[in-house]
Design a protein around this ligand. Structure first.
Ligand code: ADP
Ligand code: ASP
Ligand code: MG
Length: 405
């Protein structure tokens, strides 16, 4: 019997009616003689609701207690889905991350999965059960509950697929695949049938929320295919896999991603000497804040300016750390802006095509969109701009690069 891992996101299980629909889909696969493991998210909006409650107590809440709270959303949905399957006459069991043997490191709120004891799920499958596992959560070796970062159920599903050597990891959501850009922003967005894990990783990392970057990274590393599918419509969705040579020849740009969860910080007038970057960024990394784009430019009189971006949620903490550094180096000034977005064009075809960046900049310029930071890699160009420019910028780029064709 083949093992199929299916993951259902929050909008797919937002009501008991939708859970019943999901149960019917699972039953079809079960009746096709497959072993089924299902990973679920919390109900639509639930994780946000829990976070908002905690923020009423402390706006900068984080750490262990937050994970105890926000992991509960998934405990509700695993049991509701198991109850529904049982009511429909199928043998199902729900497991929390801890019960499923998903062990993580101790970085609360953004933990990484370190191991999965696959014998637990396998034993239940061997006894004919449909196994339902809570996404987004795990447990440390000391027994503390951890969560995997927003959108982490995708990663739970891929990690379980790897641990069980599953045939495919199916990610069911509210869109019928991965599009050239977020269809909510761009009505002209087109569904992509196949995409390489390399390109998908770049799109996800640059903000395409349809998959958590760690899930794509994991799948690429262990060569597991991911298929993104709609919970509500039939279709073949989008396959994300390592090899996709035919498609690669065609697309220079495969998609446009954007990240609204960005903030920018600048420290002005720091000494232009060896080691300064690590002295500025070291303390930020120690706070577990991920720094993204970094630009350093040399000013006058041996002084330099240093600009970087961080997740918006970490803006205040990063600014605090930077103000401390500023004192230590007698820097002139610290300034910041948490109303920015990053827009990225991604495509492996950029490796062999010149002129993409200059076209991107000229399209933005002719639409009066100011760029405040630029960064490029072999298969990506990112720019930072004011958040008010988001819709226009994405749509004019989508059109100019003929992604709607
Ligand atoms: P789930 O709750 O199922 O995990 P998410 O909200 O995390 O669903 O992800 C699905 C959403 O991702 C879609 O509704 C869509 O708005 C958004 N999205 C962003 N970029 C893309 C893209 N390139 N292709 C498809 N969906 C995208
Ligand atoms: N419920 C979590 C979140 O909203 C995890 C997930 O949905 O993947 O981020
Ligand atoms: Mg998601």
């Amino acid at each position: 019997m083949a093992i199929i891992v299916q993951k259902y996101g929050g909008t797919s299980i937002g009501t008991v009616e939708k859970i019943s629909h999901v149960a019917d889909k699972i039953i079809v696969e079960k009746n096709n003689n497959n072993d089924i493991v299902v990973v679920v998210s919390a109900m639509d909006g639930e994780t946000n609701r829990l976070l908002d409650l905690a923020k009423k107590i402390n706006p900068e809440v984080n750490g262990r207690e937050l994970d105890v709270l926000i992991s509960t959303g998934e405990q509700v949905t695993i049991s509701l889905l198991a109850l529904t399957l049982i009511k429909k006459g199928y043998d199902a069991i729900s497991l929390t991350g801890s019960q499923a043997g998903i062990v993580t490191n101790t970085v609360f709120n953004k933990a990484r999965i370190e191991s999965i004891n696959n014998s637990i799920i396998k034993n239940y499958l061997n006894n004919g059960k449909i196994v339902i596992v809570a996404g987004f959560q795990g447990v440390t070796v000391d027994g503390d509950i951890t969560t995997l970062g927003r959108g982490g159920s995708d990663t739970s599903a891929v990690a379980i697929s790897v641990a069980l050597d599953a045939k495919e990891c199916q990610i069911f959501t509210d869109v019928d695949g991965v599009y050239t850009t977020d269809p909510r922003i761009s009505p002209g967005a087109k569904k992509i049938d196949h995409i390489t894990s390399e390109e998908m990783l770049e799109l996800s990392s640059q903000g395409s929320k349809v998959l958590q970057p760690r899930a794509v990274e994991f799948a690429g590393k262990y060569d597991v295919g991911i298929r993104v599918l709609s919970t509500f419509a039939d279709g073949t969705g989008t396959l994300i896999s390592k090899e996709n040579e035919q498609e690669m020849e065609k697309a220079i740009i495969s998609g446009i991603a954007f990240n609204e969860d960005e903030a920018q910080l600048t420290i002005r007038g720091v000494p232009d000497q060896p080691g300064i970057a690590s002295l500025i960024l070291g303390p930020i990394a120690e706070c577990n804040i991920e720094v993204d784009m970094i630009v350093q430019n040399v000013g006058e009189d041996g002084l330099a300016n240093f600009t970087f971006t961080v997740p918006r949620n970490d803006y205040k903490e990063a600014k605090k750390s930077l103000l401390k550094s500023a004192k230590n180096f007698n820097a002139k000034k610290v300034i910041g802006n948490d109303k920015i977005v990053k827009i990225s064009m991604v495509g492996v075809g950029m490796r062999t095509h010149a002129g993409i960046a200059s076209k991107m900049f000229s399209v933005l310029a002719s639409n009066n969109i100011n760029i405040s930071m630029i960064s490029t890699s072999e298969i990506k160009i990112s720019i930072v701009t004011d958040e008010n420019n988001l819709d226009t910028a994405v749509n004019v780029l989508h059109k100019a690069f003929e992604l709607d064709k």
